[in-house]
Design a protein around this ligand. Structure first.
Ligand SMILES: [Zn+2]
Length: 207
């Protein structure tokens, strides 16, 4: 993750970064993506350092690649992918790096429709099913997010609600860290949640 620091340069506001993500997703959905191939000049410039405008915590699911979903090029997105877009010590360290050294103004927790990790957490929480030991450790990060859900709702409704609850839970946990509190108080940082729809390619940003 070698990179220059750019502590005194604020290139992007959080709102401009969010608008750029929304426009990129619109181009993606319309089949008008801008980046069919890599440009050598861009690589040469980026070799000097990175200044991504957003940090995205998304799921490892192969169907949700953030650069494609947001029609973003190299050097634009600082991406962390882990099954179920959960937090953990290494993830928090990576997020702290993004905040302290890259100064991305915008942080996005990106969940997605039909998330297998969330599905497994539902099975663990409501059906008592068990997984291999390290998967269980992962699911423990998701299960608390499901407390307020109604297990009587239909499986599809339950999963959709759980995906959103899991994004909101990750955001709450992240906001509870002293670093996030400090950066939010400075007014330079924004944290938003979003859900990617597998069937349409659309990203729905949460209120
Ligand atoms: Zn997933």
């Amino acid at each position: 993750m070698a990179s220059d620091d750019h502590a005194d340069e604020i290139l992007w506001t959080a709102d401009a970064a969010l608008a750029r993500l929304k426009e990129g997703n619109l181009r993606f959905v319309r089949g008008q993506a801008r980046f069919p191939t890599i440009q050598k000049e861009v690589l040469a410039e980026l070799a000097k350092g990175q200044q991504p405008y957003v940090t995205i915590l998304g799921c490892s699911d192969s169907r949700v690649p953030p650069e494609l979903v947001f029609d973003a090029g190299f050097g634009e997105l600082f991406v962390i992918r882990v099954a179920g877009n959960v937090l953990g010590p290494s993830i928090l360290g990576t997020l702290q790096y993004a905040g302290l050294h890259l100064h991305t103004p915008l942080f996005v927790v990106l969940g997605h429709q039909d998330c297998g990790a969330v599905k497994a957490a539902i099975a663990s929480r409501f059906d008592g099913s068990a997984q291999a030991s390290r998967i269980e450790i992962l699911l423990e990060q998701i299960v608390p997010a499901l407390d307020a859900l109604d297990p009587q709702s239909s499986p599809d409704e339950l999963l959709a609600a759980a995906v959103e609850a899991n994004v909101r839970w990750t955001m709450r946990e992240l906001l509870a860290t002293p670093e996030a509190q400090a950066r939010l108080a400075e007014g330079h940082m924004k944290l938003v949640g979003a859900i990617y729809e597998l069937d349409s390619g659309k990203v729905r940003f949460l209120d």
